[in-house]
Write a protein that binds this ligand. Structure first.
Ligand code: F0G
Length: 457
């Protein structure tokens, strides 16, 4: 596959440095074999996340200078509000400093102890806030989403039978909302189809249950709908995004993803009473309801980023760069999640390192190997990320034990993608030499993957 040419040229560059193998060995040991604890200066190609790591455009940087830093009612807030309303279509827009802050406010507003929250696979911070408020998360995604080899166009879809069964079992009044992600991060960036979303809407409407969208990568989802779903090929991505949102009652957003911002997020809803409740909480946890933890300049950068995010050439380049990397890696026989998603190539660590048992965290082990080999930082998305069951205290072992190579938007070139592909292929060819994994030496109780430390076995 040819790498598509980018619809931009580079105006400003940031030096990065390839370290020596000795430097990397020392750095990884000092970081407790958790690449998340490495100083970024010692990382060559940083694929830890696509969150807040994208390159802002010259227009976004120019908008930063226009930021109005008034405490209340800043001009930048109104521009931000208009951009969210125009492109996502929700009436009430409440800024937050990032996505999990919106999840905190929403969960506090809607979830009570004993509630059940179905969703198309968990996301770490989203489920954490649901659980902190006394809710129990239920995964109602289609079974195929848990199978890295199932090559289907919409692996983010909800299994309506699972959703109906949960409603029958616990009662609609115990389900404050369905938590719907587009695309599904933990499944490898898999999209949900418009047809499935419409069916979820219809089912929830009959039972009076809200649908809340996790819109962090909804533009990527809209792109896949345009490419893959019959009847949508002639619509613009901007249109499809509005149609996705139209089937939901509100959204939480990390503007650090689709919107190319280094920081920022929002919660948006249609119900004025829920909006009032959320605004009251936002002033407690974030800041006044017209800045919500962001500076005026950040509100400007998000507003400009939203407009850029829905441009067809922009989203095409983004998704096709990910596909290029996937094509090279999969072409060499390396096991990855199929089909390739919107934001990342996910290595199937259990298939990559079959001799490392699940209890020794093969994905965590592989993130270390990638760093040692070429200074590449990837992200564990397996049992370490899944944490422990809050009731039993046992490790959760999700069927997907993945290493995510997450591609920041507009930041890396084809040359970087080739370095990554070469390293992954080299490690795969040497996989027999990687026979043992890691064990915890320090394990935080919440979102443990960020700060845990390990020891190689
Ligand atoms: N929802 C999804 C689907 C996400 O991927 C993230 C963040 C959040 C919510 C939380 O947003 O970081 O702005 O507070 N994902 C990043 C990642 C951290 O690397 O996947 P946030």
């Amino acid at each position: 596959m040819r790498h598509p040419a980018e619809p931009w040229r580079i105006k400003s560059v940031e030096p990065i440095r390839l370290t020596s193998p000795d430097e990397r060995r020392a750095a990884l040991s000092a970081a407790g074999y958790n690449v998340g604890l490495l100083p970024a200066e010692l990382v060559y190609i940083d694929l830890y996340t696509d969150s807040g790591t994208s390159a802002m455009s010259d227009r976004q940087w120019a908008a930063v200078m226009l930021g109005d830093e008034s405490y209340a009612g800043s001009r930048s807030f109104y521009r931000f509000e208009a951009a969210v309303r125009d492109h996502y279509g929700y009436e009430h827009v409440i800024p937050t400093h990032q996505g999990r802050a919106a999840e905190n406010i929403l969960s506090r507003c809607l979830i009570r102890p004993g509630h059940h929250v179905p969703g198309n696979m968990y996301f770490t911070t989203t489920r954490e806030h649901q659980e902190l408020n006394g809710g129990t998360f239920h995964d109602v995604i289609v079974d195929e989403a848990h199978d890295p080899t199932a090559d289907l166009p919409f692996k983010g879809n909800v299994d309506l039978t699972k959703l109906q069964q949960l409603i029958d079992k616990v009662g609609a009044e115990q389900i404050p909302y369905v938590s719907l992600a587009a695309t599904v991060n933990m499944a490898g960036g898999q999209p949900i189809s418009m047809a499935n979303l419409a069916e979820v809407r219809e089912l929830t409407r009959r039972h009076g249950i809200l649908v809340i969208l996790d819109a962090a990568r909804a533009v990527e989802n809209a792109w896949f709908v345009k490419q893959r779903e019959p009847g949508w090929g002639e619509r613009t991505v901007a249109d499809i995004l509005r149609e996705i949102c139209a089937l939901t009652d509100g959204a939480t957003m990390s503007a650090k993803k689709d919107s190319f911002a280094n920081i920022g997020g929002w919660l948006a809803v249609r119900d004025p009473r829920l909006a009032e409740q959320a605004r009251n909480l936002v002033v407690v946890y974030e800041g006044l309801h017209t800045y919500g933890g962001m500076a005026g300049r950040d509100l400007e950068a998000v507003a400009q980023g939203i407009e850029e995010s829905v441009r067809e050439d922009s989203i095409r380049t983004r998704v096709e760069q990910v596909a290029y990397l996937a094509g090279r890696i999969a072409g060499a026989g390396v096991p990855i999640v199929r089909p390739v998603g919107g934001h990342a190539v996910c290595l199937d660590a259990t298939a990559f390192l079959p001799s490392v048992p699940r209890e020794e965290f093969p994905a965590q082990t592989l993130t270390c190997a990638l760093y040692l080999d070429a200074g590449i930082r990837s992200c564990e998305r397996g049992a370490v990320s899944a944490g422990r069951d809050p009731v039993t205290g046992e490790n959760r072992y999700p069927s997907l034990e993945l290493v995510r190579l997450t591609i920041p938007r507009r930041a890396y070139t084809q040359g970087h993608m080739d370095v990554v592909a070469d390293s992954v292929i080299r490690l795969y060819e040497q996989r027999e030499t990687l026979r043992s994994g890691v064990e915890f030496t320090h394990e935080p109780s919440t979102l443990r993957f960020f700060q845990s430390r390990f020891r190689p076995l």
